[in-house]
Design a binder for this molecule. Structure first.
Ligand code: C2G
Length: 132
């Protein structure tokens, strides 16, 4: 079984998230998503609208996702890859080059981001809509 892993906050799920998950899954037979804890989001200077538990439940409902594990810090990736026998690490290309060091442990793939959508954009648009 070829196992793929990807990492992220996945807040306010949108088509950009679905697209990367669908494409990541195509690199193997089993996709693990490591979803950032609320505490790790704080380290990433992110404040998710949905809690870790809510984001985890939402991701687990997606057909492309086989397993969801927590992401607590920047340092756990090598251990995650080894412990889960991961063959391919996938991230959007906004991270291009940042995780090349994982190439000693698995294949590293950066996929094009979906342009024109982001959780930040959604929040801004909603705020504007509310103000009328
Ligand atoms: N993404 C995308 N297109 C978008 C928005 C996001 O392809 N329009 C991808 C990102 O490139 C990333 C994934 O969706 O691969 C999750 O994005 P975020 O939830 O913003 O994750 P991020 O904060 O980048 O966390 O250790 C890695 C970090 O946890 C990554």
């Amino acid at each position: 079984m070829k196992k793929v892993i990807t990492y992220g906050t996945f807040d306010l799920l949108h088509i950009g998230h679905i697209s990367i998950l669908r494409r990541a899954r195509e690199f193997g037979d089993y996709l693990i998503v490591a979803i950032s804890s609320d505490e790790f989001n704080a380290l990433k200077s992110k404040k998710a609208y949905y809690s870790f538990e809510q984001r985890k439940s939402i991701l687990e409902a997606i057909r492309y996702v086989d397993e969801v594990i927590p992401e607590y810090n920047w340092e756990q990736k090598i251990n995650d890859i080894q412990e889960n026998n991961v063959d391919v690490f996938v991230m959007g290309d906004d991270w291009k080059g940042q995780f090349d060091f994982l190439g000693n442990h698995c294949e590293v793939v950066y996929l094009p981001r979906t342009v024109g959508i982001s959780t930040t954009q959604i929040k801004q648009d909603l705020h504007r809509m509310e103000k009328g």
